[in-house]
Ligand binder design. Structure first.
Ligand SMILES: Cc1ncc(COP(=O)(O)O)c(C=O)c1O
Length: 439
């Protein structure tokens, strides 16, 4: 603590910083919160005001902030081994974490490759899919992805994104891909199963024409998060698996947002009892404390990279901080807490309570739709202005609850250890704010 006040810090910030996904022409006017500390489900600004962290600090926090067991695990680890490279060296936290992740992963995933954040895990998965084909069945340069999909902000991840606002600008420098419809975007009166069948038919047609050129189909399973919490029927995932099996394309499940409990199952693909060939993990892996992500791969994909060094089949890919030991220790503590606290079951309970509490919005004239799976919740409103979603979140902020919109969709995605009264605080502030802004 320096004793600086929030006004002077925001001024200093505005002179030197460039924030992610932020239009800086509005930054000062929107009065950003200067966060001072965080504990449990709350964070405090430097003026002492408390906020409930209703979006788990962008979908990462699991057991609350500064959980003593995660803090202790990191501290102990950092004293023993802070960081060494994972290129040519290995260490126990990295090994144990891989064993534990594979222990809870869908069947068939047998290898763990570490990366740094969600986007870098997606990049690695895309390159693995491409190179595995190139080294076995032959080059297949196309990747299939979904409209309204989001997989991160690096160029490979952007190439398989389907949100025009974020992705269109970069079209001319992207990888070549094929986009199919979003299984979560339904016509009025269309059931989720009908929509799943429709998009699967589109996928089958595409694969009939170009399947031999497709190395992978990438999906956000069950919930397209950044697309506005668009949920789809589990049949869609089963269909994608069948199409991939029939055509030899790899199925990549991007579980960076959905993985490790958020949807009320350990992995979102579990809702469909489907196992992908590659699965990406990030965000909550460390309990939301340190950056770490991973790609889980089948043994068949791993074996495609084996050969004599001269054959150059190696996966020439990695980062300076791969398998960072304190991050791995945090992830081990996170998984331990998840087991002990039955976090996946608790996530279901929290989600059910959110659903019950938000039922009051069913008939609300300002609300178009409430979408939810487990704790991942999106409330789509009828916008009065281009900033209606934002205005609702600013209103909630005045009530001590921090949530973020995605356009006209107010997102709720709390930590998975929220108590019932805290769930009520979250949904109460959000429904009151919707009333205040939309009447
Ligand atoms: C499904 C999905 N994949 C990848 C990412 C990118 O993760 P990161 O922001 O850690 O790079 C996100 C982030 O929201 C995501 O939701």
């Amino acid at each position: 603590m320096t004793g600086a006040d929030s006004t002077s810090l925001v001024e200093r910030d505005s002179r030197v910083l460039w924030h992610p996904f932020t239009q800086h022409s509005r930054w000062l006017e929107d009065r950003p919160i200067v966060v001072d500390r965080a504990e449990g489900m709350y964070f405090w600004d430097i003026d002492g005001t408390r906020y409930l962290d209703g979006v788990s600090s962008l979908w990462v926090n699991v057991h609350g902030h500064a959980h003593p067991e995660i803090v202790a695990a990191i501290t102990e680890q950092i004293r023993r081994l802070d960081h060494t490279t994972f290129l040519g060296l290995t260490h126990e936290p990295g090994i144990r974490l891989a064993e534990e992740l594979l222990g809870v992963a869908p069947p068939g995933l047998q290898r763990v490759f570490y990366a740094g954040d969600g986007s870098s895990a997606v990049e690695a998965a895309l390159k693995m899919a491409y190179q595995a084909h190139a080294q076995t069945t032959g080059v297949r340069p196309l990747i299939v992805h979904l409209a309204e999909g989001y997989h991160g902000d690096t160029l490979g991840a952007v190439s398989v994104g389907g949100i025009s606002l974020f992705h269109e600008t970069y079209r001319s420098i992207m990888l070549e891909t094929r986009q199919i419809g979003s299984p979560g975007l339904r016509e009025v009166g269309q059931t989720p199963a009908e929509r799943a069948a429709e998009v699967l038919a589109e996928l089958r047609d595409l694969m009939a024409a170009e399947g031999s050129q497709v190395c992978a189909v990438i999906v956000e399973p069950m919930v397209q998060g950044a697309g506005g919490m668009l949920t789809h029927h589990a049949d869609f995932l089963r269909g994608v698996r069948e199409v991939c099996d029939a055509t030899g394309a790899f199925m990549i499940a991007d579980e960076v947002a959905t993985g490790l409990g958020r949807t009320g199952a350990m992995f979102a693909v579990d809702h469909a009892a489907v196992a992908p060939d590659l699965l990406t993990l990030g965000k909550g892996v460390t309990g939301g404390v340190l950056p770490l992500s991973a790609v889980l791969a089948t043994e068949a994909i791993y074996e495609a990279f084996l050969g004599a060094p001269i054959e150059a089949k190696t996966f020439f890919h990695g980062h300076s901080y791969t398998a960072n030991p304190p991050a791995a220790a945090a992830a081990l503590a996170n998984l331990n807490l998840m087991r002990r606290n039955n976090t996946v079951v608790r996530a279901q309970e929290i989600g059910d309570r959110i659903g019950r509490n938000l039922a009051v919005l069913d008939e609300h004239p300002g609300v178009k739709e409430v979408r939810r799976l487990g704790t991942m919740t999106g409330i789509e409103v009828f916008a009065k202005t281009e900033r209606t979603g934002f205005d609702i979140c600013q209103q909630a902020r005045r009530a001590g609850v921090w949530v973020r919109p995605l356009g006209d969709v107010v997102i709720l995605m709390p930590p998975l250890a929220l108590r019932d009264d805290e769930v009520d605080q979250l949904t109460g502030a959000v429904t009151d704010s919707i009333d205040a802004v939309l009447g």
